[in-house]
Design a protein around this ligand. Structure first.
Ligand code: GDP
Ligand code: MG
Length: 179
């Protein structure tokens, strides 16, 4: 009976970055396929789950955690980091200063979390609001990722649903293949 080989996995991933870069919008678009231009402040630990049929044998319940209003404090509570397996760091292409905050978020993440095997969580960088301003893509993102041990970067748009699936799949692929 090949049902015996089916597995259902739960992955907890974090979505991190400064206030207003589009974290909540990315999570909503990715998990629910909706977008709202209303600026909502999220409060409390918040997550959405997306169920992905990865292949014939594997279903993944991807739990995406929003930092939910804790942007201002910098450091997140340990509940947030606990059992997390990956992170998407987000900045806003229309506000270059939000890229400058990424090393700080990354440092906090690496100080406070690790995979069950002791290694650092895999991280990708999302240059969000790519629908607005494509003249302003920082030129050094490849180098930035290399220096900071970030797997790769993507231009994304929560508004236009650009590159969110491919970005998350990069992390899922990593999680599935690094035990
Ligand atoms: P958060 O504070 O990081 O959770 O950011 P939000 O998701 O609340 O988004 C902040 C603002 O940016 C809201 O007005 C969103 O509608 C807007 N926004 C988020 N993502 C995008 C995007 O991809 N493109 C555009 N044009 N606006 C976006
Ligand atoms: Mg938010």
């Amino acid at each position: 009976n090949n049902l015996c080989y089916k597995k259902e996995l739960l992955f907890k991933y974090l979505v991190i970055g400064d206030y207003g870069v589009g974290k909540t919008s990315i999570i909503r678009r990715y998990a629910e396929d909706t977008f709202s231009s209303k600026y909502k402040i999220t409060i409390g630990a918040d997550f959405a789950i997306k169920t992905i049929t990865w292949d014939n044998y594997t279903t993944i319940n991807l739990q995406l955690w929003d930092i939910a209003g804790h942007e201002r404090f910098g450091a997140l509570t340990s509940v947030y980091y606990r059992y997390a397996l990956a992170a998407a760091l987000v900045f806003d292409l229309t506000r270059p200063e939000t890229l400058n905050s990424i090393p700080k978020w990354l440092k906090d993440l690496r100080n406070r979390s690790s995979l069950p095997n002791g290694q650092n969580l895999p991280v990708i960088l999302l240059a969000n609001k790519g629908d607005v301003n494509l003249d302003n893509i920082p030129k050094h993102l490849d180098e930035f990722c290399k220096e900071n041990n970030i797997l790769t970067w993507f231009i994304t748009s929560a508004k236009e649903n650009i590159n969110l699936d491919i970005a998350m799949n990069t992390l899922i692929d990593y999680t599935l293949h690094h035990k």
